[in-house]
Ligand binder design. Structure first.
Ligand code: CAA
Length: 257
C-alpha cells in the first residue's frame, strides 16, 4: 500500500515505518495518524512481519499533534473529528512496536513513543509534553502513560511546566530502554526488533499482551491473565519444540503454531 506521509519497508522479519513529514517536523496530523494506524495494523496481518520499528528519521521523531489543525476548534469539533480513534487502533496492535526516537518527541510525539512497546533513544532525543504552553494539556494518553513510566512527581513537573527532558534523563527515569549515538539509533532498534522476531511468535504476542495488562488491571487480575496466557502457551507446537530443543541442546525452530 502506498502512503502519503509514511515510508514503510518490510525487511523480513521486521517492518520499518518512517514518519515522513519533515517540513512540519513530522507533526501528527489526523491523516498521518490514520496512515500510521493502518500501517501498524497491516503488520498484524502480514506473516512476514514479527516486530515493527517506528521512527521519524535522524532529526526529529515527531513535534506533536499538528497544531494547525487545532486552530478555531471547539470542543464539539474535536469530539466530532474522532481524533483519538486512530490512537485506539494503534493501542490494539498485537505486533511489538519499537520506537526509535531521535530529536524531538514532543506532545503527541512523546505520547506516540510511549504508545509503542519499547523506546530506544538517540543521544539527541528530547521528550516533553509542552501542551500546557498552548493553553491545553496532553490528550493522547500523556498524563497516564508518562505518570506510569516515570512517576507522579516527575510527570507533574513535565506536564505542568511543559519542560522537556533529555535522553539521559529519560533513561534515568525509566522512560526509555537505552540511549545510543544518533547514527546507531535506527540500527539498534532494528537489531532489537530482529532479536524479538527470532523468538516464538505466539509467546511474544501473549507476553506483550500480558505486560500491557499491568497498565489496565489490578495486580491479582493481571497475574491471573498472565497465568492463563502461560497455560495456553503449553498447548502450542512452539512450546513443545522449545522445551525439547533445550533438552536436546539444539536451537529451536519456531513455526508460530
Ligand atoms: N504542528 C504543526 N507544525 C509544526 C509543529 C506542530 N506540532 N511543530 C513544528 N511545526 C512546523 C513549524 O510551524 C515550522 O513550519 P514552517 O517552516 O512552515 O513555519 C516547521 O515545523 C519547523 O518548525 P520550527 O521552525 O518551529 O523549528 P525549530 O527547530 O525552531 O523548533 C520545536 C522546533 C521546538 C519542536 C518547535 O517547532 C515547537 O515548539 N513545535 C511545537 C511543539 C508542540 O507544542 N507540540 C505539542 C503539540 S499539541 C499535542 O501534541 C496535543 C496532543 O497531546 C495530542
Amino acid at each position: 500500500m502506498a502512503y502519503e506521509h509514511l515510508i514503510v519497508t518490510i525487511e523480513e522479519p521486521i517492518a520499518v515505518v518512517t514518519l515522513n513529514r519533515p517540513k512540519s517536523l513530522n507533526a501528527l496530523s489526523q491523516a498521518v495518524m490514520g496512515e500510521l494506524a493502518t500501517a501498524l495494523e497491516a503488520c498484524d496481518g502480514d506473516p512476514r512481519v514479527r516486530c515493527a520499528v517506528l521512527w521519524g528519521g535522524p532529526r526529529v521523531f515527531a513535534a506533536g499533534a499538528d497544531i494547525r489543525e487545532f486552530a478555531e476548534q471547539s470542543p464539539g469539533d474535536m469530539i466530532r473529528s474522532y481524533r483519538f480513534l486512530e490512537w485506539e487502533r494503534i493501542r490494539r496492535v498485537a505486533t511489538p512496536v519499537i520506537a526509535a526516537v531521535s530529536g524531538y518527541a514532543l506532545g503527541g510525539g512523546c505520547e506516540l513513543a510511549m504508545a509503542c512497546d519499547i523506546i530506544i533513544a538517540a543521544e539527541t532525543a528530547q521528550f516533553g509534553q509542552p501542551e500546557i504552553q498552548l493553553g491545553v494539556m496532553p490528550g493522547a494518553g500523556g498524563t497516564q502513560r508518562l505518570t506510569r513510566a516515570i512517576g507522579k512527581s516527575r510527570a507533574m513537573e513535565m506536564i505542568l511546566t511543559g519542560r522537556s527532558i533529555s535522553a539521559q534523563e529519560a533513561l534515568a527515569a525509566g522512560l526509555v530502554a537505552r540511549v545510543v549515538p544518533v547514527e546507531l539509533c535506527l540500527d539498534e532498534a532494528k537489531a532489537l526488533a530482529r532479536e524479538i522476531a527470532s523468538r516464538a511468535p505466539l509467546a511474544v504476542r501473549a507476553a506483550k499482551e500480558a505486560v500491557l495488562q499491568a497498565f489496565e488491571t489490578p495486580l491479582a487480575a493481571g497475574v491471573l491473565f498472565e497465568r492463563r496466557c502461560f497455560h495456553m502457551l503449553f498447548g502450542t507446537a512452539d512450546a513443545a519444540e522449545g522445551i525439547h530443543a533445550f533438552v536436546e541442546k539444539r536451537p529451536a525452530k519456531w513455526t508460530g503454531r
